[in-house]
Every structure is written in structure tokens, then in C-alpha cells.
Design a binder for this molecule. Structure first.
Ligand SMILES: [Zn+2]
Length: 409
């Protein structure tokens, strides 16, 4: 297959792409004399398939079965806790699969999901994940992170959970909270991760309390312990409300420790600074420009989808990037920020960046010749190319979920 006269992100001019089987075999400046027999994209942009570094496939799509009563963080915790009484392996598989089908149609090629792993929950979330990782191999590459409170690792089951995560090839995660025990809890967590050969991906400072400085404690712990694995910290909202000197000192330590950040802008807008009857003032997203300026890898993720933590969302990497651009002022110039939903999360998931000769032909053909054109329309008629072929799939109908989550009416 030849695609001619197309636009690549962050590269001037038009290009011609030759695909042989499932691989890209050449990317050359557009020359109608050489590639005039290819399919003319008339200048349309192609993007590498997005990679979603932070999701919660196990919680997804429980709306309307268990809504958040007021959209608050506390409301989300209570609602998910109540919903978990209904979680079985079969229930989790149906909802996870629905999320994967949406993501595939939108063009996503890899997803890292957190999995609630407290007590008996792990006996349905992890087997469901393992089943789908196998079934979806070749379509969406999947990684999983266990999600528990940090103090869990100090208890008798901490070692068992780390061992189980290692057996699944997962990552160690959790949501450490600021408090007198934080350093001891983090040391235990990183000790377990080191002994079991696990990378770490944490929920950090998902609030607007300036005294929440878990990110700084994680950076110090990584330096002090010499932890050699990958460390990703998600959210880090409180950086946005700290004095700049404090926040920047933390970011300096994060850069020194080699920690990557993942921002979840849509979920942050939904949950942060919410109070009934009051207009939100704060956006809640972390300091992505200041982090990237320090050489910290910065990715954006979807986080939750149609569950009590976020009432919307469809695991659409194009929507995620469009929203991130607007929420975080990634534009003027856009200058490589597309990497935050493609190359950066791909590297963190151990996958090569595509759109080079010798790489898989996995990309999205968008409706527009520039970021301005692409980001101004919903991209409902984008074309997704996987393994060198245009996908011919439609988004799954919500009606498929009615038997397990109920009728929206
Ligand atoms: Zn999350």
C-alpha cells in the first residue's frame, strides 16, 4: 500500500509512505512522479496510534448502575466501593472488553490499566485482565498495575500481592497519602518492587491541598534507595497550588530521580475544585510545561471512563489530546506535545515509536491537514490503520451493557 501527499506531526512538508504487509518500508518527501500511483491523502495528517498510559478498565462503564451522587471525589470513592459488591470476573470482563473495543476503534494501540486489588477484588480483576490481555494480543497491548492503599504493603498480604503482580508481569501501584507514615510506607513499597523486579506506577497527590507533597517524598525515596526500575507518578495535582519555589524544587528532584509524570486532565477537571452550586476556579492539572522543561517525561492519560470518578470518556486518544491542548495550553507552539499521547507513553510501556521505516504500520488518518484543522472537529470519520490495513469496525453500542448496568432511562 502506498499513501501519498500526507502530513506528519512536527515535520514540515508533505510525505509519501510505503507499507509492505504490516510494516512501514519508506517515509519520503512527497514526490508525485515516484508515488503517483498511491492513495492521495490530500494533505491529511497521520498520527501514530495513541498509547494510553493511565486508565481504570475495571471500574469503567458502570454508569448508570452506580452513579456518583454529587460528582465529588468522596462520592466517587463511596460509589465505586458500593459497586464493587457486584464485581465478578464475568462482569469485569464485559466492561473491560467494551472499553477495549472503544479504544481500538478510536485508534489506541496500547493501554496501561490500574486494577483494584484489595482483598477478594484481585481474584476477579487480575484473572479478567489476564484473559483479555491474551485475547487482545495483536490489537491492544495491555499492562496492569495493582491499586491499593500504600499501608497495604506493610501488612501480611503485601508480599503476596507483589508476588502475584510479578507472576502477571504487572507493575506495583497504589495511592500513598501524606501523613506521618509516608516515608516508611514508600520505603516498604520500593523495597517490595525492587525485590520482585517490578516497575512502579503511583497515584500521587490527587487533590488541591498544598501540603500534599507525596511526589517529593517519592522522589527522595527513589534517590535514597537507588531504586533502578521505572517510576511513573500520576495526577500530582497539588503541585498546581503550591508556592512555585516549593513546586519547582520538587520537580527538580523528580527530574534527578528519573521519574515520569502522567497527567489526567479530563478527570482532574471533573473532580477537582468541585462543590455543589459553586463554579470551579482551579483546573487541577499538574505543571506539565515546567516538568517537560526539566526533561521529565510527561504523558497524558484518559483515567476513568463513565464511572463515578469521571462520568464521561471513551478511551479516545484524539479527544484526550484535544482536551489536553486546551486545558493545559499546549499550543503556540504545539511543539512536540503530541508525543505526550504517543511516543512518551509508548516508551514507558516499552514499545518503539512508529512511523519510521521498519516499524509497524499503525497510525490514524485524521480529517484535517494541520493541528488547527484536526483539533477543531470531532474526528468521527478518522481512519485507523493497524498492521497495514484500514480497520473496518464501529464503536460498540451502549445497549450491549444494558444487561449488566441497566437501562439509562
Ligand atoms: Zn487513576
Amino acid at each position: 500500500m502506498k499513501l501519498t501527499n500526507l502530513t506528519l506531526p512536527n515535520r514540515a512538508g508533505r510525505f509519501d509512505l510505503v507499507i509492505t504487509g504490516a510494516m512501514i518500508t519508506s517515509v519520503l518527501p512527497h514526490d508525485p512522479r515516484v508515488h503517483g500511483d498511491g492513495r492521495d491523502l490530500e494533505g491529511r495528517m497521520i498520527w501514530p496510534c495513541p498509547v494510553d498510559l493511565h486508565t481504570h478498565l475495571d471500574k469503567g462503564h458502570v454508569t448508570p448502575r452506580q452513579a456518583n451522587p454529587d460528582g465529588s471525589f468522596g462520592g466517587a470513592l463511596d460509589a465505586v466501593h458500593a459497586d464493587q459488591a457486584r464485581w465478578t470476573r464475568a462482569d469485569v470482563v464485559v466492561r473491560m472488553k467494551f472499553g477495549l473495543e472503544c479504544a481500538l476503534v478510536h485508534g489506541t494501540r496500547a493501554i496501561r490499566t490500574h486494577l483494584d486489588s484489595m482483598g477478594p477484588l484481585r481474584n476477579c480483576t487480575w484473572p479478567a485482565f489476564a484473559e483479555l490481555r491474551e485475547a487482545w494480543s495483536g490489537r491492544i497491548a495491555l499492562q496492569a498495575v495493582c491499586l491499593v492503599p500504600a499501608e497495604f504493603y506493610e501488612g501480611p498480604d503485601g508480599e503476596d500481592l507483589a508476588r502475584m503482580v510479578a507472576e502477571h508481569g504487572g507493575l506495583l501501584g497504589g495511592f500513598p497519602l501524606m501523613g506521618p507514615e509516608i516515608d516508611r510506607q514508600l520505603r516498604r513499597l520500593f523495597d517490595l518492587a525492587g525485590r520482585h523486579g517490578l516497575d512502579v506506577d503511583l497515584h500521587v497527590d490527587e487533590n488541591l491541598n498544598p501540603d500534599a507533597q507525596v511526589l517529593d517524598r517519592v522522589a527522595r525515596t527513589v534517590r535514597e534507595t537507588g531504586f533502578a526500575g521505572q517510576v511513573v507518578c500520576g495526577h500530582c495535582c497539588s503541585l498546581a497550588v503550591q508556592e512555585e519555589a516549593v513546586a519547582f524544587a520538587t520537580l527538580d528532584r523528580v527530574a534527578e530521580a528519573g521519574i515520569a509524570l502522567v497527567s489526567l486532565p479530563m478527570c482532574n477537571l471533573y473532580l477537582q475544585d468541585r462543590a455543589s452550586g459553586r463554579t470551579p476556579r482551579a483546573r487541577g492539572i499538574t505543571l506539565v510545561h515546567e516538568a517537560r522543561a526539566r526533561g521529565i517525561p510527561v504523558a497524558f492519560g484518559s483515567d476513568n471512563t463513565r464511572d463515578p470518578f469521571y462520568a464521561y470518556g471513551d478511551l479516545d486518544g484524539v479527544e484526550l489530546f484535544r482536551e489536553a491542548v486546551r486545558i493545559a495550553h499546549l499550543d503556540h507552539p504545539l511543539d512536540g506535545w503530541l508525543d505526550a499521547v504517543t511516543a512518551v507513553p509508548a516508551a514507558l510501556m516499552g514499545m518503539p515509536s512508529p512511523l519510521e521505516p521498519g516499524r509497524p504500520a499503525d497510525f490514524v488518518i485524521l480529517e484535517g491537514r494541520s493541528f488547527s484543522e484536526v483539533l477543531s472537529r470531532p474526528q468521527a470519520r478518522r481512519q485507523v490503520v493497524r498492521h497495514g490495513r484500514v480497520l473496518d469496525l464501529a464503536l460498540p453500542s451502549y445497549e450491549l451493557l444494558d444487561p449488566i448496568v441497566g437501562d439509562p432511562a
